[in-house]
Design a protein around this ligand. Structure first.
Ligand code: NDP
Length: 453
């Protein structure tokens, strides 16, 4: 019998790879992990974590205004990007250190190098070392892509935002997905003049239409200059590092910066996958079965590189299910149903289950929805509105979808998600006593459907 160097070799030190490595090592397995960039991956280094800290930073502007309305005597000073980003860098260094410490503490051997597969049980490191492993797990994530457009390299992608030396005075954000809409709110809050081009009819395609409509309206209300059905026709360098952009809406303007938030692609190039015959899908993603196993039995893949549901907590779930399957001998498929998630737009969006549109296409439904001005900001004279919406099956009475546009909607949907995952019916929601006065009490007090569909 061949003796391998490791029981598991993981390529990629992001949320999925690090979790799989640690948990596998805890079973007594000998585990190695290669990462050629910073430990922590997209989420920790150039995604969720720094993004959320930027959301917090950007929200203070409205907080200052509200505080004055509540009687506080405040003098607002300018936002100091250099101070904030210095603090942000220090925090990311700290978190990267935590990730390394966790791996070291679990006995995982770390290789700070790029790795590629040479055969079903061998990886080759960038320094030429060959390492054999019984199982290889690919957790290399994804990366942002620019559109195929002359001079597109003049624009930034989301990775670059965290490295900016100074804030631009104006920016054009291209795209209508999570990243585009989140950064539109962040940069607008930090005082940057934000223009957003989205090629489709409404931002956040795939989510509930009423939620999308309210978010788009509120983003406009807060100062984002959003143009729907609009794309870049031409972009070219202008003076002083600015970028001239001609839009399909007839606009011809220069911006200090352009951000392409036009999607992400799986990191599957240069890994030796084609030579090995690992099956790839149309987007370049690694094709896996319900147990995250590829067509090469010793090779598994989890997280964004598989392009299933590209969210950090899902990659972590996939890591746990992989370890349970392979190292505990308990075949565990990954459950991708009813995943609650939040989009950190301003206002924030929390969502779980089916949109009204998807549910209607599936079966007869009742829609419960309410939109109102929340107490806290209404008192301060702000026009902000929140929305609470339940999509209910007429046949089973189960809540098929819940959509919340409100401050802290991400926190709320995590809790509503438990009830919905358990199969709660509308009557279960109704039996629950309201917490008063809150915004989320509306979820249990909506008595009459606004429509049957
Ligand atoms: P998305 O796929 O969500 O959005 C990409 C956007 O770019 C879409 O609006 C798309 O338009 C548009 N687009 C694509 N190609 C072009 C083009 N050539 N020209 C103009 N517009 C284009 O990707 P993101 O990059 O925003 O985010 C990637 C993933 O990361 C998300 O799907 C999500 O899973 C994850 N994420 C999660 C977050 C969270 O949980 N809060 C935060 C950030 C990211 P169209 O709709 O027409 O295709």
């Amino acid at each position: 019998m061949t003796e391998f160097d490791y029981d598991l070799f993981v390529i990629g030190g992001g949320s999925g790879g690090v979790r799989a490595a640690r948990v596998a090592a805890a079973t007594g397995a000998r585990v190695g992990l290669a990462e050629d960039s910073r430990m922590g991956g997209t989420c920790v280094i150039r995604g969720c974590v720094p993004k959320k800290l930027m959301v917090f930073a950007s929200a203070y502007r409205e907080t200052f205004d509200d505080a004055r309305a509540y009687g506080w005597d405040l003098t607002e000073g300018p936002f100091d990007w250099a101070r904030f980003s210095g603090q942000l860098d220090a925090e990311l260094d700290r978190l990267e250190g935590v990730y390394r410490k966790l791996l070291n503490g679990s006995g995982v051997a770390i290789f700070d190098l790029r790795a590629r597969l040479a055969d079903p049980h061998t990886v080759v490191l960038a320094d030429g070392r060959k390492i054999t492993a019984k199982h290889i797990l690919i957790a290399t994530g994804g990366r942002p892509v620019r559109p195929d457009l002359p001079n597109a390299q003049l624009g930034m992608v989301s990775d670059d935002i965290f490295q900016m030396k100074q804030l631009p005075r104006s920016i054009l954000i291209v795209g209508g997905g999570y990243i585009a809409c989140e950064f539109a709110g962040i940069l607008n809050g930090l005082g940057v003049a934000v223009t957003q081009f989205y090629r489709g009819a409404q931002i956040l395609r795939g989510f509930d239409d009423e939620a999308r409509g309210l978010i788009a309206e509120m983003m406009g209300e807060k100062g984002v200059d959003l143009h729907l059905g609009t794309d870049i026709l031409e972009m070219a360098p202008a003076t002083d590092g600015a970028i001239r952009v001609v839009g399909s809406n007839g606009s011809d303007r220069t911006y200090d910066a352009v951000l392409f938030a036009t999607g992400r692609t799986p990191n599957t190039t240069g890994l030796g996958l084609e030579d090995l015959g690992v099956a790839l899908g149309r987007q370049g993603e690694i094709v896996v079965d319900a147990y995250s196993q590829t067509n090469i039995p010793s090779v598994f893949a989890i997280g964004d590189v598989t392009n299933r549901v590209t969210l950090t907590p899902v990659a972590i779930r996939e890591a746990m299910a992989f370890v349970e399957t392979v190292f505990h001998g308990n075949p565990t498929p990954v459950d991708h149903a009813l995943i609650p998630s939040a989009v950190f737009t301003q206002p924030e969006f929390g969502t779980v289950g089916l949109s009204e549109e998807a549910a209607r296409a599936q079966e007869p439904v009742e829609i419960y929805a309410t939109s109102f001005r929340p107490m806290q900001t209404a008192f301060a004279g702000r026009a902000d509105r929140v929305m609470m919406k339940l999509v209910v099956s007429q046949a089973t009475r189960k809540v098929l979808g819940c959509h919340i546009v409100a401050p802290q909607a991400g926190e709320m949907i995590q809790l509503a998600g438990i009830a919905i995952k358990m199969g709660a019916t509308k009557e279960d929601f109704d039996r629950t006593v309201a917490v008063h006065p809150t915004m989320s009490e509306e979820l249990v007090t909506m008595k009459t459907p606004v429509r049957m569909a």
